[in-house]
Design a protein around this ligand. Structure first.
Ligand code: G3I
Length: 328
């Protein structure tokens, strides 16, 4: 196959991209069969303070484009401490209202929703974040987890609400939890990845409400999880819980120091694709933008194309991904 989407489809995956309406040039539908709104479905754009919807124009444009081009949509994102907009500080009841409004607004036109995004703390602690909405959490018996009947857990309660809405409306939309630094079983130096382990415990505990897990995969040069080959093992253990696993925001820093014209980056891309292809439950990969120049981390040149504004050139990383997908 000669496009990412065709090669991925043959291998049983979707291959997607994050975009905003201004980036919908012909390459998007040619190369990708899944679309994630990079910013236009965040609460900061679409939520009112009472959990209603506003400013859905850009989101609609993206959903309509995806629909006319046979692309899946990943809704991004409902419950998130960042870019919360009018929902900042909201109660669980208001979050629940918003979850209901957003899920029913687009219904089955959205295949996957990131219901909860980036709920876990940084620095490999394995703890929840301590900022809103996680300030709603209560560890009733003080045993250090939020898994007991008397506990309050914004993750659990948001997923319970989302699942209720899906079921009450007969939707097939799948409900995902998404995070970064959860990709490998270990972090640099071979230390266990406590953040990944915490995510695993959450998914295992709330499995009845959670359908899918997103590994963002904003990788630095030679990320430990790729070098140590424990990305695939980590994908596998989540898949073994019965959830779909997705690589949701892939970009890989290009090492400028080794002067290899992107070959190291291409090899790293190849390994990520291979890890997903090797696990049946890994059902899709999404890159976080089209061209380096248009990326949130432009200086790290982490994507598959150079160029910009609809005029794109393929990098070695593109060729590596296509080749690996074509191996199936
Ligand atoms: O659109 C406005 C523009 O009108 C204004 O002039 C300009 C001035 O700053 O800002 C523009 O908005 C920016 C927007 O990107 C669109 O370019 C925001 O300031 C900027 O904060 C926003 O950044 C986004 C970031 O999320 C915000 O958290 C990035 O595009 C987006 O790639 C990034 O995506 C996140 C995922 O949602 C979650 N995971 C991590 C990932 C990378 O940070």
């Amino acid at each position: 196959e000669t496009t990412l989407r065709a090669a991925a489809a043959k291998a049983g995956l979707f291959f997607g991209v994050a975009a905003s309406p201004g980036r919908l040039s012909s390459i998007v539908a040619q190369e990708f069969n899944q679309l994630t709104p990079e910013n236009d479905m965040k609460p900061s754009t679409i939520a009112t303070s009472s959990g209603g919807l506003q400013n859905t124009g850009n989101a609609d444009t993206l959903v309509n484009y995806a629909q006319s081009n046979n692309m899946l949509v990943r809704g991004h994102t409902l419950v998130w401490h960042s870019q919360a907009g009018a929902l900042q500080g909201a109660s669980q009841a208001t979050l629940n209202t918003f979850i209901g409004n957003a899920l029913t607004r687009w219904g089955n036109r959205i295949a996957y929703w990131d219901v909860v995004n980036e709920a876990l703390d940084d620095n490999n602690t394995g703890a929840r974040r301590t900022v809103w909405p996680h300030t709603l959490n209560r560890d009733a018996n003080g045993d250090g987890d939020l898994f007991d009947a008397g506990d309050t857990d914004v993750i659990r309660d948001s997923f319970i609400r989302a699942k209720q809405v899906v079921q009450a409306n007969g939707l097939s939309t799948k409900l995902c939890i998404n995070d970064y630094d959860v990709e490998g079983l270990t972090v640099q130096g071979g230390t266990p990845n406590r953040k990944a382990n915490a995510l695993y415990d959450i998914v295992r505990t709330y499995r009845q409400y959670i359908d899918c897990v997103g590994f963002q995969a904003h990788f630095n040069d030679n990320p430990n999880s790729i070098i140590s080959n424990d990305l695939q093992a980590n994908i596998q253990r989540f898949a073994d819980l019965g959830v779909e696993v997705h690589i949701t925001e892939l970009d890989i820093d290009d090492d400028l120091s080794n002067n290899d014209i992107g070959q190291g980056q291409a090899d790293n891309y190849r390994k990520v694709v291979r890890a997903c292809l090797n696990v049946a439950g890994c059902t899709g990969i999404t890159v976080w933008g089209i061209a380096d120049s248009e990326s949130w981390r432009a200086s790290e040149r982490g994507l598959l194309f150079t160029g910009g504004n609809g005029n794109y050139q393929k990098k070695a990383a593109y060729t590596a991904v296509l080749d690996e997908l074509n191996k199936g």
